[in-house]
Each structure stands twice: as C-alpha cells, then as structure tokens.
Design a protein around this ligand. Structure first.
Ligand code: GLC
Ligand code: CA
Length: 561
C-alpha cells in the first residue's frame, strides 16, 4: 500500500507564510514571495517544506483558527498561487506538507455560525455542547495563564461549547461520522492540489472523546487508521506527521503496531531531554529518552527537532530537570510561557555561541529520525520578547540588510522585523551569510548535504556506545553493511574518551566526514579521542569506500536479513 518511504530520510523545513517573504508589499508574506525564495530553499538542500496554516482565517492564532478549509487566505494569495507553488516545488524535487488543523475551527467558520444560531442546524452536532456549565470547565487548558477555561457560554446558542484551546477555537465533534467524512474530504482536496501529506495538529485531542460528562477521555485510535488509509489511497507517498506530545508507552498506539496509523510523529520526549542535556551536559536522560522511544514499526519515523513555532514545552521533564533548563536558557519570567516552557528561539537561548549552536544542530541532525528545522534558524535568528506569547519567535525572515530585512517593501510589516542589537537584520541576514563561507548559513547547508549522504541515520538501527563520560553521547548506526559513529561533547570542557565502536570484534579506522581528523584503533581495537569543548564528530566506520561496500539488503553480505 505504501509507495515510497521518502520521509525516512528527508530534511524538513518549517515556515509560515505570513513571515517568510512579502511580494506584493502589503506587509504580510505571501505565496508569490515564497515562490521567489524557492531556489534559496532548494540550495539549502531541504527536501520537504512544512507550511504552517494558510487557509482563510481571522488569524487570531497564527492561522490555527481556520474559517474555510478549502481556500487560501486572500492575504497570502489564491488557490492558483498555491498550485503554482506546489508545481514549482515538484520541479525541484521538494515535497510539501501542510498543517491540518482539524481539532477545532475558528468561531468565525460558517459551520460554527450555523451551529450556534440554530439548534436544528445539521452543524449543531458538529461541535461539542452542554446546556449547563460542565464541572470540569476549568480544567485541561492547553494555554494555562492565558486561557481561562475549556468551556465557554455562547449567548446565541444559549449553551456552553467545548474548546481545548483558545475560546475562539471551538472543538469539532470529531466522533460525528459526518464531521469525519468532511475531514477526509479536506485531506483529499489538498492532496489533489499537490501536497505530500499533513502535519496533523493536536492529534491526541482530535482522537480524544469529547463531551461534558467525559472525565477521563479515551483515545479513539481507529480514527488514525482511517485517516492513514484515506491519504494513502489517494497518494501512495503521502504522510501523516503527528503533533502528539505523548508518553513513550503510547507511541505504538499512535504509530500502530503494524505501522498502520501515523507515519511520523515529532519526538517530544527526545526534544525535551535534549535541551536538558544541552543545559547540564548530562546526556544520561537523553540516552534514556532515545532508548524508550526506540521501539517503532519499520515504516514509522520520528521527526526530530530543536525549536518550532510553539514554546519549548518542558512538561515531560521532572521539576528539577525543568528548573535546570529554565535556569540555563530561560531564567527570566518573560522568557517562559504557560508554566511549562520557554518561548525563545534557539540562538539567543545558546547566547549566540556558535560552538553551542553547531553542537545542538549536529546532534539533532544525527539523532534517530528525520530532522525538522525552522525557518531562520539556518542563519541564527533571534526573538523579540516584547511580542506576546509565542509571537516572539515568529518574526519575519531576515533576508538582507535592506529596510525591514528585505522581507517587505511596506513601511509597516504586520509583524516587526528584529532590528538593532546582536540579532538585528543589519547583522544577521541571509545575504551577508551567503557571502561568508564560514557563516551559519553555509555551515547548515554543508551539514544538510552530509546528513543526506548518511541515510544510515534515517534508515538504520542505532546503538548507544559507552564513552565512560556522561557529557559525551556516542551513537552508532548500522544499515546495509555500513556503520556510522557520531559523537557529541555537551560540556564546555575538552575531554578524552576511549571508545569501542563495535562489539562484533571489528577493528577499524574511523574516517571523519567533516574534517581531516581521522582515528586509528589501538591494538585492542579501541579509539582514543580528544573532544574539544562542545565538539562533535561524524565518523564512518571503515573507510570512504562505504558506498562500494553498501549492500542491497540489510546485514552482512550473504546473510538474509
Ligand atoms: C498546536 C499548534 C499551535 C496552535 C494549537 C492550536 O499546538 O502547534 O501553534 O496554537 O495547536 O491549534
Ligand atoms: Ca503580501
């Protein structure tokens, strides 16, 4: 049924239309602008774009409040522009996935308007109502501190409606078969216009039972299978990439034991422990997070990431671990959000320290899964903490040192471009960095190129190797008779490690893929390596003849694995 597992070894780039490139000069990014920047993205080497929501919306939650699923918001362009865009991506071999926000609609969606104004409307039951205030109305908010409740009284409807998120985002009654059919229709529509899948927003909430009397909502996992079947029937290489910040013990429920539910999920477990490791130089909990998220069907894949458009959610760490990350990366209350996370971008969190930024990216790119990077991080963009909530990390892309960072010709960009200081567009922009071979942009381009040449990471099995030092994480990947060893020193001090890369009694040279610093084994087959502060190494086991040695099947030649 699956035609292509491209997502096992892709590089995904996340961007939002509104802040990428404004071609028509109204201060808001648009499809024309994005089209003009496609060659930039192609040159960077990313193989898949993930677009944040761009459908018609009042834009009260950056488009995660959809008022018409079958249209492009006029501020971004037209459906015609969208198809031009997917076509141009196809020409460049870039796949497009889009956000699918179906847990809720905007309260301005005609379905909700009909539902609230007429109890007999067929749309009434498309949402979740209660005649009286439910007992748990003040529980389960996703945005604590900003959102007051999960049920709001609607005067027009004379009833309470359920909203897991902000009150202008009424939850759809996803258990209603008519709603379910409509959701499939929405997916079919965008697939027909050229998308290769969906980043499914808020999956645990979509599949949760909803209602005033529901105290412990159960997940309806069958829904995931029906979404999966549908997208795959329509397009064999289409994927579902789920946003599901869940516990590892539930991973297989979301992937499906037989790999028949979500193709991909963001690895929130690893993400949070990765930041803990960056904060404390203790890689123990990260190693554990890698082990507990290891079991997955062969066709399933993790999406690995550092930062995204939301806050860095630290809710899965222990209180002590969370405080350690806050202390290192978000000590100020203004940097924290929703009692659980940090709202900053990566570069300011790491104090613009190039060594640490490279370390963080190198590590993320070599963790088991498919890397997902966020626009602007390739040039080390900063944040604007004067903007509310998550908007601080959603400022326009900084293209050049021209007015407004070359993002717009308008005098009034919808969201202000960061200007002045360490992260201002005058200093941090793509044009300057393109001319500098040592820039972050060119480093990112090179690391993406190398990552694509290491399909072992996307496809292979991994083992954590002993380094004897908690600050150094060593991973070994094996795939089709090839091995790869990656090392990361998360500490600000250099150290020496002794490494046994194997276990199979192989004694071989380690060839450094990023510099001339190769490593020869000692008589016992071990490697003695000095890692500098925040150092990282990507080694091939054996030699650079690995492509000649690569077998068509997994395992040793002759072995039928
Ligand atoms: C997801 C999105 C977030 C949005 C929310 C409501 O968590 O990532 O940006 O606000 O869903 O749709
Ligand atoms: Ca525009």
């Amino acid at each position: 049924m699956i035609r292509d597992l491209w997502y096992k070894n892709a590089v995904i780039y996340n961007l939002s239309l509104s802040t990428f490139m404004d071609a028509n000069g109204d201060g808001i990014g648009d499809f024309q602008g994005l089209l003009r920047r496609l060659d930039y993205l192609h040159g960077l080497g990313v193989t898949c774009l993930w677009l944040g929501p761009f459908q018609t919306s009042p834009l009260k939650d950056d488009g995660y409040d959809v008022a018409d699923y079958y249209n492009v918001d006029p501020r971004y362009g037209t459906l015609g522009d969208f198809v031009e865009f997917t076509h141009a991506c196809e020409q460049r071999g870039i796949r497009v996935i889009i956000d699918l926000v179906i847990n809720h609609t905007s309260d301005q969606h005609p379905w909700f308007k009909a539902a609230r104004s007429d109890p007999d409307s067929k749309y009434r039951d498309w949402y979740v109502w209660s005649d009286s205030k439910p007992e748990n109305a003040d529980q389960g908010m996703v945005f604590p501190g900003v959102q007051k409740s999960t049920w709001t009284y609607d005067r027009e409807a004379k009833a309470w409606y359920f909203h897991r998120f902000y009150k202008f985002q009424p939850d759809l009654n996803t258990a209603n078969p008519e709603v379910h059919a409509e959701l499939l229709k929405i997916m079919g529509f965008w697939i027909q216009l050229g998308v290769a899948g969906f980043r499914m927003d808020a999956v645990p909430f979509i599949i949760a039972e909803k209602g005033a009397d529901v105290t412990k909502p159960k997940e309806q996992f069958g829904m995931l299978r029906s979404f999966r079947e549908f997208v795959q029937w329509r397009r064999g290489d289409a994927v579902l990439l789920a946003e599901a910040n869940i516990l590892p013990e539930d991973d297989l429920e979301y992937f499906g034991v037989d790999g028949d539910r979500c193709h991909m999920m963001f690895n929130f477990q690893v993400n949070q422990h990765l930041f803990y490791a960056l904060a404390t130089a203790d890689t123990g909990p990260l190693a554990k997070a890698l082990e507990v998220t290891k079991p997955r069907p062969a066709t399933a894949q993790w999406g690995t990431f550092l930062r995204n458009h939301d806050e860095l959610d630290l809710g899965r760490l222990t209180e002590e671990q969370r405080q350690a990350v806050f202390a290192a990366f978000g000590p100020d209350k203004s940097m924290q959000l929703y009692d659980r996370g940090i709202r900053r971008r990566l570069a300011p969190m790491l104090h613009a320290d190039r060594r640490r930024i490279e370390l963080a990216y190198s590590l993320m790119f070599t963790l088991p899964g498919t890397p997902v990077i966020r626009y602007g991080d390739e040039i080390g963009m900063g944040d604007d903490l004067s903007l509310p909530e998550r908007n601080c990390a959603r400022t326009p892309m900084q293209w050049s040192d021209e007015p407004h960072g070359g993002f717009t010709k308008s005098d009034e960009p919808d969201s202000p471009v960061i200007s002045g200081g360490v992260f201002g567009y005058e200093r941090i922009n793509a044009a300057i960095q393109r001319r500098d071979p040592e820039s972050m942009l060119n480093w990112t381009e090179r690391i993406i190129r190398m990552r694509k040449e290491c399909p072992e990471i996307g496809w292979g099995d991994f083992r954590i190797l002993k380094t004897g030092r908690p600050e150094v994480l060593a991973l070994r990947y094996d795939w089709r008779n090839n091995g790869l060893v990656v090392l990361h020193n998360l500490s600000d001090k250099p150290c020496e490690i002794v490494l046994d890369v194997d276990g199979h009694g192989e004694t071989c040279r380690l060839v450094n893929l990023l510099s001339e610093d190769h490593s020869e084994p000692d008589a016992e087959g071990r490697h003695r390596l000095v890692m500098e502060a925040y150092g990282y190494r990507w080694f091939r086991v054996g030699g650079l003849d690995y492509l000649l040695r690569r077998t068509e099947a997994n395992g040793k030649p002759g072995e039928n694995v």
